[in-house]
Design a protein around this ligand. Structure first.
Ligand code: HEC
Ligand code: HEC
Length: 284
């Protein structure tokens, strides 16, 4: 493609706010059920390229924002309830449920999801909640691991993360080789690919607040996952979202839970340090 063409395409793709005249990100406060005050804007950690980290909630319409503020209206809460019932379901050769060992998740899982991904010593790579669930299913229950986005994977992940609602995201990069995976994730984040030569940063760092076609771009933070997407009418896992964003810029995209996407999960989670866990967030 000629340089001029690419430039014209890019200019057409990103519409600036001045032309659309919408205040962005919206100045509003998220309080869930008039009770839980959520940190949706926070000064970023040292080494972060932008000074203030802002939740994707601020970039959504008033209707979408209202759905997340009310847990009865939040359609993602149905998935959380499904997760709760799976938590109590016996499966596998050991005749156990999650609750057999972890009892009441509102106690045992409180704060857990806010600190993932963590270092997995045995496998010498970071593990996310999905990997930890599969580890417990295989090693502790004698059950089959869930395939990506299948079975109880999304609802259980949402149920576990929801137990940290309102708690600040913070991961430990000192554990094992987490720092190396952070570096790997950062490389992926800034890697330009596809016909338009775009990286994650082209959209979520340089253009958050602007529109790309009809979409209002956020900073691409991960504190609300699994999120409920109104467009798709279901919970969407983080690696599905990553793959969707990558697919929009090129034909090939990495497998869920591959090294590339695990690095990206470590790096993007770090970028959102200090934001409240919003699971299940509501998005367009
Ligand atoms: C037989 C007991 C047992 C069962 C059943 C079990 N787990 Fe675990 N789980 C453990 C143990 C022990 C650990 C800590 C060490 C490890 O990771 O194996 C753990 C750790 C975890 C952690 C990480 C906690 C943290 O602080 O990082 C999560 C999340 C978890 N389990 C979820 C589940 C889920 C979901 C299920 C059901 C699908 C389940 N577990 C079933 C024994 C069990
Ligand atoms: C061509 C532009 C574009 C690129 C490149 C892109 N995204 Fe996105 N992304 C979007 C749009 C549009 C949305 C939906 C609106 C929003 O939240 O920004 C989105 C949403 C997201 C979300 C959900 C945010 C939330 O609040 O729920 C995450 C996470 C995300 N992107 C991560 C990434 C990562 C990581 C990359 C690089 C691999 C990437 N994106 C590349 C356009 C892009």
């Amino acid at each position: 493609m000629h340089v001029m063409n690419k430039k014209a395409l890019l200019t057409a793709a990103f519409a600036s706010l001045s032309t659309l005249a919408v205040a962005s990100p919206v100045d509003d406060v998220l309080i869930i059920d008039e009770e839980i005050e959520m940190t949706t804007r926070v000064e970023s950690v040292e080494g972060h390229p932008i000074p203030e980290v802002i939740s994707g909630w601020h970039y959504r319409t008033p209707e979408t924002r209202a759905l997340e503020a009310d847990s009865f209206a939040n359609p993602g809460m149905l998935g959380v309830e499904t997760g709760e019932s799976i938590w109590h379901t016996v499966e596998g050769t050991a005749g156990k449920s999650c609750a057999s060992c972890h009892n009441d998740a509102t106690v045992s899982m409180k704060g857990v999801g806010a600190n993932y991904p963590k270092w997995d010593e045995k496998n010498q790579r970071p593990k996310n909640i999905e990997a930890q669930i599969n580890h417990c299913r295989v090693e502790n229950m004698g059950a089959e691991p869930y395939a990506f986005d299948k079975g109880g994977q999304k609802p259980l992940t949402a149920y576990i993360k929801h137990q940290s609602l309102g708690m600040p995201v913070e991961i430990d990069l000192e554990e094992g080789d987490m720092q190396a995976w952070w570096e790997k994730g950062k490389e992926t984040y800034y890697l330009r690919t596809g016909q338009l030569n775009l990286s994650c940063a082209s959209c979520h760092e340089k253009n958050h607040g602007n529109y790309i076609r009809a979409d209002h771009l956020s900073q691409g933070n991960v504190n609300g996952f699994p999120t409920y997407r109104l467009k798709q009418n279901k919970l969407i896992s983080l690696h599905n979202r990553f793959r969707g964003c990558i697919r929009d810029t090129r034909a090939e995209y990495p497998a869920a839970f591959s090294d590339v996407l695990m690095g990206l999960e470590v790096y993007t989670t770090w970028r959102g340090t200090g934001l409240a866990v919003e699971t299940p967030a509501v998005r367009q």
